[in-house]
Design a protein around this ligand. Structure first.
Ligand SMILES: Cc1cc2nc3c(=O)[nH]c(=O)nc-3n(C[C@H](O)[C@H](O)[C@H](O)COP(=O)(O)OP(=O)(O)OC[C@H]3O[C@@H](n4cnc5c(N)ncnc54)[C@H](O)[C@@H]3O)c2cc1C
Length: 476
């Protein structure tokens, strides 16, 4: 019997497992896919929002501001790429100027530190590529950028290292409630638990319905993006937002922690699984972004992608014990700023479980550390030392990002090992560069097959069924 079963291992489930792993509890995390962070936590803007957007007095505002601070602390401790670069919300007309004043007031009420309203001239001094049309801006120094899937992976890894059990390829299909919960999964395996946490993202309403709770429904909303080459990465130094509208925070322009430029998203109603991009959607994103930063060179685009928001009718996250099932905690409808708020959501989930009757004793042995080797970040001396110990670190596989065979092997044998080409990419960046894996992915496939002891035709790009090679054509 588990004390707690967490359904879903996006950033919400991972942050909750990370928090609960500090206590003497038996924890299982059930994830439908073959890796962590394959839902919204993979495909988003990767911004740590300052916290001036949510309405004052809401739980969302509180968790945003607390989560921002916690995310920087956790990311630095667990070697997750992060940078407190600050953000600007730009105003193009009088209406926008009123809007940024309102955001400033909200920010003050929400406890956001280091904000001020600046003129268009001051904004262009900070960001020389900003449009001449910008008349003023809200500067928030506490905003930042992060690697969202490494953040999720890092917290999940620490949870697993401290005893939480992660079950991948385990889709929850039914939940029975008696004295305790019996959770049925696609694998046929059953899990018994005293408490259940619903962190299933865009499917959180489906999971909630499994215990008879129909209090909310998710309206999946897609956001489409451009990811531009590093040659465009220094176009801006801060996150550049436009004024938010009824569709969300609007189209932003930002560098990423890897030094690329990200531009997007729009907001279009979609289905739960449709991550396709459209010509019209991308044209809208491009047109809108050029209004803030007219010199962006879109011909440097290396990838388009879409993420799906778990929007609901509420302006709040849906967090709390289900009215239909005692012991069932919803962390549902976690839309933006869910990435920023995740660590605070995890901590709050712990407090709620205590109030719901779970007895929690802190473990003395909690190990809050994580080892990561990023070859390209080492000094020449450190590189030589590492190659001497393990010659696989001397073989560069991804030339765009300088990723070595040693790092790929480590990703395939880590605490939560990669099981696909994209899993390797998320862990050590192989295939993230300008050629997007054009050169290195055949070599990555070969290494995966060798290390996992499988045939190359069994190597997956991402999900089950996404095999890259189908059969052997001829021997040479
Ligand atoms: C376009 C876009 C831009 C965004 N930008 C930002 C931003 O810049 N900053 C910010 O703070 N937030 C941002 N967000 C919001 C943020 O990405 C989300 O709030 C956050 O990732 C939600 O995490 P989650 O773990 O709740 O959901 P997810 O990451 O979707 O995880 C849910 C998990 O549950 C699993 N699951 C689903 N059904 C089942 C089942 N039946 N059984 C088992 N497992 C199941 C899924 O496979 C998935 O792994 C953005 C979101 C989007 C879509």
């Amino acid at each position: 019997m588990y004390d707690v079963v967490i359904i879903g291992c996006g950033v919400t489930g991972a942050a909750t497992a990370y928090e609960l792993a500090r206590y003497d509890l038996r924890i299982a995390v059930l994830e439908a896919e073959n890796d962590v962070a394959t839902g919204s936590s993979k495909a988003n803007s990767a911004i740590l929002h300052a916290g001036y957007d949510p309405a004052p007095g809401t739980l969302m505002a509180k968790l945003n501001v607390e989560g921002n601070e916690m995310a920087f602390r956790i990311a630095e401790k667990l070697h997750v790429p992060v940078e407190r670069c600050g953000s600007l919300v730009v105003a193009f007309d009088e209406k926008d100027e009123k809007h940024i004043e309102e955001l400033y007031r909200r920010g003050l009420e929400n406890g956001v530190p280091d904000m001020r309203i600046i003129t268009g001239e001051e904004a262009r001094q900070l960001e020389p590529n900003l449009s001449e049309e910008v008349r003023g801006a809200l500067l928030a120094e506490s905003a930042g950028i992060i690697n969202p899937w490494d953040y999720t992976l890092a917290m999940a890894e620490v949870a697993v290292k401290n005893g939480a059990e992660l079950f991948l390829n385990t889709r929850v299909t039914a939940i029975e409630k008696g004295e305790h919960f019996t959770i049925h999964s696609s694998k046929g395996e059953k899990f018994e638990a005293r408490y259940v946490i619903n962190a299933a993202g865009v499917n959180s309403d489906i999971i909630s319905e499994l215990v008879g709770d129909r209090e909310f429904s998710v309206k999946p909303t897609a956001g489409e993006y451009f990811l531009l080459d590093k040659s465009e990465g220094s176009r801006v130094s801060r996150v550049i937002f436009q004024c938010p509208n009824e569709l969300g925070k609007g189209v932003l322009v930002s560098k990423t922690v890897h030094g690329n430029l990200i531009v997007g998203p729009n907001a279009v109603e979609t289905t739960r699984n449709d991550k396709s991009t459209t010509r019209e959607g991308l044209a809208y994103v491009q047109r809108t972004a050029l209004r803030s930063v007219p010199s962006i060179q879109f011909r440097e685009n290396i990838r388009n992608f879409a993420g799906i928001r778990a929007n609901t009718d509420s302006d709040e996250f849906i967090i709390g014990e289900s009215k239909s099932a005692k012991g069932f905690l919803n962390l549902a409808g976690i839309k933006s700023p869910g990435l920023t708020a995740a660590a605070a959501i995890g901590r709050y989930a712990g407090e709620l479980l205590k109030q719901m009757g779970l007895s929690m004793t802190e473990k003395e042995s909690f190990d809050d550390t994580r080892e990561v080797v990023r070859f390209r970040e080492l000094s020449d001396e450190e590189k030589n030392e590492l190659i001497k110990k393990d010659p696989a670190y001397g073989r560069v596989i991804c030339r765009c990002e300088t990723v070595t065979e040693g790092e790929i092997i480590a990703a395939l044998h880590s605490v939560i090992p990669a099981r696909s080409v994209n899993g390797v990419k998320r862990r050590c960046n192989a295939g993230m560069g300008r050629c997007q894996g054009g050169f290195c992915s055949p070599r990555v496939c070969r290494i995966i097959a060798r290390e996992l002891g499988i045939d190359e035709t069994e190597v997956l790009e991402e999900k089950e069924g996404s095999n890259i090679l189908y059969s052997r054509l001829k021997e040479v």
